[in-house]
Design a protein around this ligand. Structure first.
Ligand code: ATP
Length: 293
């Protein structure tokens, strides 16, 4: 589900001003040049704030003409709700989530947030309200402080530490000889997969968007790291509309609602126990010890 990797760099580059002169700046510009034909409508509006009530209304989408991946998707997500998308690999979970920040536009139907068609919002304001957390987070060669502050360049030192703490990064940072000033990336310390994910979570605490997309890692982390990340993610998602491309059973069980996606679209939805009891696809997957990936 790595289609988010390049888009997230784009999204950050497009919506946030960046410190001049930081290493990697040139790379952002190259990435912006590859932005597909998604553009603001002529009369697009800047939306100052959003509650995060999301609706997919008869959405069709395919990457190639004549081959729909999604057809007739109807889905309502209430502000503050956490939805776990599960289903077989290739069913379209990532694709559904990537339509929300308009990495791609729908072919038919519409997606609204708080009743506003997302194509009627400026891309910048739409994406300002959506945070994406994923394993393949984009880190540039700069200090830990700069990399966290990338979530909100106006953040104070205190806010940066607070974000680091909530993302379970504080201890690791304090252990570095140069603390927050430690350079990461090619010339500095190499971060583990779990630490990178936590950097991405710290950024999101600073960005503070009403809507979150969590692309859960499929690769295994050690149990302690996994638990720390789960805890930080749970804290991050409080009060935000959260869409999780879920791979972990704990995440799925803790979601307010599970949406099962298969090759025909949304097959069923409901709570864990409800779906297990109903004897449908989810219950078969569950009983077969299906890996939810
Ligand atoms: P996984 O659990 O493996 O991440 P998924 O349910 O998230 O799977 P998607 O990544 O949304 O599934 O993929 C849905 C379908 O769209 C697949 O057939 C995939 O090959 C195809 N697809 C995904 N991204 C692209 C792309 N950028 N261009 C063309 N086809 C794509």
């Amino acid at each position: 589900s790595n289609i988010f990797f390049r888009p997230i760099e784009k999204i950050n580059a497009v919506i946030e001003s960046y410190p001049k002169g930081i290493a990697g700046f040139k790379r952002y510009l190259e990435i912006i040049d590859t932005e597909p034909d998604i553009a603001d409508a002529k009369d697009a509006v800047d939306v100052a704030s959003l509650q995060g009530n999301i609706r997919f209304d008869g959405v069709d989408f395919g990457y190639e003409p004549g081959r729909n991946i999604l057809s007739g998707i109807d889905l309502s997500i209430k502000s503050g709700e956490t939805i776990a998308f599960v289903g077989p690999s290739g069913a379209g979970k990532t694709t559904i989530c990537s339509l929300l920040p308009r990495f791609y536009d729908v072919n038919e139907g519409k997606i609204t947030i708080d009743g506003i068609d997302i194509r009627d919002m400026t891309l910048q304001s739409l994406r300002k309200h959506i945070g994406i957390v994923q394993q393949d987070v984009f880190l540039f060669s700069g200090s830990i402080r700069e990399n966290i502050a990338y979530g909100n360049l106006d953040a104070t030192e205190e806010q940066i530490w607070e974000a680091a703490r909530r993302a379970s990064l504080e201890e690791m940072i304090r252990q570095q000889p140069e603390g927050m000033d430690t350079i990461i990336g090619e010339r500095g310390v190499k971060l583990s997969g779990g630490q990178k994910q936590r950097m991405s979570i710290a950024r999101m605490f600073l960005k503070n968007p009403p809507i979150l997309i969590l692309d859960e890692a499929t690769s295994a982390l050690d149990t302690e790291t996994e638990a720390a990340i789960q805890k930080s993610l749970a804290e991050l998602s409080v009060g935000r509309t959260t869409l999780v491309i879920a791979h972990r059973l704990t995440t799925i069980k803790n979601a307010d609602r599970i949406v099962v996606v298969d090759e025909n679209g949304i097959a069923e939805q409901g709570g864990h126990q409800e779906l297990v009891n109903s004897g449908g696809i989810y219950s078969r997957l569950h009983h077969a010890q299906y890996q939810y990936s």
